[in-house]
Design a protein around this ligand. Structure first.
Ligand code: NAP
Ligand code: HSE
Length: 428
């Protein structure tokens, strides 16, 4: 049998411990599948004395992850610490510079520095693999780079942050407001160390940047993503969207258009009976559209010890089999600069307005929308007890810039008492 594939693991938190457990539990299975035994040589984390629920005594301990990355007795460096800079970046660079392959679950690192790391890996003849970085246990990177390699991809979209989907579906089912659910997620340990990464849409946008790069052959372009979080979604929006046959989801969309590459991560209304509309809790879903395959839908756990470690091990097994696919599915030096679309694809929008309950208020709103070129498809006024009336409007398709012009007009009129809420309606 070939010599063992020797691993160094930096980061022994949720994911790192999950990886150690799989390697210990499935040693024989992994060898049978890859033809090589897979062995952990050394590990690193901040606190050597922390109880981690797994026996680490047979592995060497490195205090410094960069020293671990440079060890002569490892073949693959597994980075599971997190963070777009700091030790994650320096240790991955050190690993590549000393001839190691790299496996990471770190979407922030790759969304920001993926291009330079991919170039460094290719120059060194090594691989950077990151299945666990996008949609946890769902093998979406493998699907895009390998299974769908024969397709021209036109659109990739999905729900890629489990925490936000958990909050939005609990708002719907439990009648709890955003703030209460944010607190619940904090208690359950669902939030990233910086919660704005989750609820601000940034974590999901990191993931979208990586999918988009593979799908469209462009350098990861996180800065080109239009990002909006879920913090301003109210229970009223959840109820009223449901009333009109929609669910609110933090939806990522990357699509090729004649105007350039469109990338957005924002709360959207999707039909309640669509697969994405039906997605509950922390589950993720990614939809990929290609010219040959038409559409495929991938669904599964987007986070957690087992699912994320499962994805890491898929990458490790590929390396054990000698499979070294370019990081973003083609030579890094051949990736083009993304050309962001200056205007988005037109879509219908949901508008929620608090209207002063006075004669002529509705007429003013209709005139502002009409003057801006925004056409009303449906409208409802809800029962109210105070001086403002909640009015919900669904527009016909319009561009975001046309809508923004109308929203400025609505903000300027006294007929509208509060900041208008505008959410895109996406056909999925
Ligand atoms: P975590 O539970 O917070 O664990 C992080 C680990 O890194 C800890 O063991 C920590 O050491 C270690 N660490 C941090 N800074 C270090 C440093 N300077 N030197 C050495 N070790 C250091 O994080 P996680 O949830 O496992 O996530 C790891 C990575 O996977 C992140 O990139 C994350 O975005 C990604 N990811 C996580 C999930 C998930 O469900 N958790 C899903 C997909 C992707 P101590 O334990 O000693 O503090
Ligand atoms: N915070 C992320 C989520 C973890 O909620 O989906 C997995 O990347």
């Amino acid at each position: 049998m070939a010599q063992a594939l020797r691993l160094g693991i930096a980061g022994l938190g949720t994911v790192g411990v999950g990886v150690v457990k799989i390697i210990r539990r499935h040693a024989e299975l992994l060898t049978a599948r890859t033809g090589q035994s897979i062995e952990i040589v050394a590990v690193s984390a901040r606190d050597p004395n922390k109880a981690r629920g797994v026996n680490l005594s047979s592995y060497m301990w490195e205090t410094d992850p960069v020293a671990l990355a440079k060890r002569d007795d490892i073949d693959v460096f597994i980075e599971l610490m997190g963070g777009e800079n700091g030790p994650a970046k320096t240790s991955v660079e050190a690993a590549l510079a000393s001839g190691k392959d790299v496996v990471t679950a770190n979407k922030a690192l790759l969304a920001i520095h993926g291009q330079e790391l991919a170039e460094q890996a290719e120059a060194a003849g090594r691989a950077v693999r990151f299945e666990a970085a996008v949609a946890g246990g769902i093998p979406v990177i493998k699907s895009l780079t390998e299974g769908l390699a024969g397709n021209q991809i036109s659109r990739v979209m999905g729900v890629m942050n489990g925490t936000c989907n958990y909050i939005l579906t609990r708002m719907q089912s439990q009648e709890l407001g955003y703030n209460a659910l944010f607190e619940e997620c904090a208690k359950l340990g669902y939030l990233e160390a910086d919660p704005n990464l989750d609820v601000g849409g940034i974590d999901a946008a990191h993931k979208l940047a990586l999918l988009s790069s593979i799908a469209f052959g462009t350098k990861p372009n996180f800065d080109g993503i239009q990002i909006e979080g879920i913090q301003h979604i109210s229970l009223d929006d959840i109820h009223q969207a449901a009333d009109m046959g929609y669910r609110i989801k933090l939806l990522g969309v990357a699509q090729r258009t004649p105007r350039g590459l469109e990338q957005r991560m924002q709360p959207c209304l999707v039909p309640s009976d669509s697969p994405i509309g039906q997605l509950e809790g922390g589950t993720n879903m990614v939809v990929i559209e290609g010219d040959a395959v038409d559409q495929i839908v991938l669904r599964g756990p987007g986070a957690g010890e087992g699912p994320t470690a499962s994805a890491v091990m898929g990458d490790v097994c590929d390396l054990a089999r000698g499979l070294r696919i370019p990081t973003f599915g083609r030579a890094a030096t051949s990736l083009e600069e993304a050309q962001p679309a200056q205007t988005g694809t037109p879509a219908p929008y949901y508008l929620r307005l608090a209207l002063l309950d006075k004669p002529g208020a509705l007429a003013k709103v209709a005139a502002i929308l009409g003057d801006a070129g925004v056409s009303i498809d449906r409208m409802r006024q809800y029962a109210h007890s105070e001086s403002t009336a909640p009015v919900l409007i669904v527009t016909h398709k319009t561009t975001r810039s046309t809508l923004d012009y109308a929203l400025n007009g609505l903000r300027d009129t006294e007929a509208v008492a509060e900041e208008p809420v505008a959410l895109r309606i996406e056909q999925v």
